[in-house]
Design a protein around this ligand. Structure first.
Ligand code: ZN
Length: 144
């Protein structure tokens, strides 16, 4: 297993502006604060959402569009490097007005109504994402 032992650095908490794409908003906070590796969490409400499901047979993401307001019950994710650029990988659990939950891989097109985030920067030699032949995904590998 590829792993790294890192140390928590700054913890940034804040609120994203309404109307921003959730992934873009979190990415902007990382960039503005020089963060290349971090643990992310968030909660709030989204105007709409797009989530992905990775089809392990076809090795493609299948996307689910949710064209209604939903609660963001939880977002858990991380920031790391891919081709020397910061990328965010996050999964979300959403709930509709009846309280039914739906979740998946956070995709572009998830638009903030309100969102509170906590980003814990991690200091040390970061893991980098490279293509993984076994899964077809870009996974963490050390020193590449
Ligand atoms: Zn994912």
């Amino acid at each position: 297993m590829d792993k790294a032992i890192l140390h928590p650095g700054s913890v940034i908490i804040g609120r994203l502006p309404q109307g921003v794409d959730l992934l873009d908003g979190l990415m902007a906070v990382c960039r503005e604060n020089g963060i290349s590796m971090a643990h992310l969490s968030a909660l709030g409400a989204m105007q709409r959402a797009t989530i992905g499901y990775y089809n392990q047979t076809s090795r493609c993401y299948e996307y689910i569009n949710i064209d209604e307001p939903v609660e963001l019950l939880d977002l858990v994710g991380n920031a790391s490097l891919r081709d020397n650029s910061v990328v965010i990988h996050a999964h979300v659990t959403l709930a509709d007005r009846s309280g039914k939950a739906l979740g998946g891989h956070l995709a572009p097109g998830t638009i903030v109504f309100a969102c509170e985030y906590t980003i814990t920067s991690l200091e040390g030699e970061p893991l980098k994402r490279t293509h993984d032949a076994q899964t077809g995904l870009h996974l963490w590998h050390k020193n590449q």
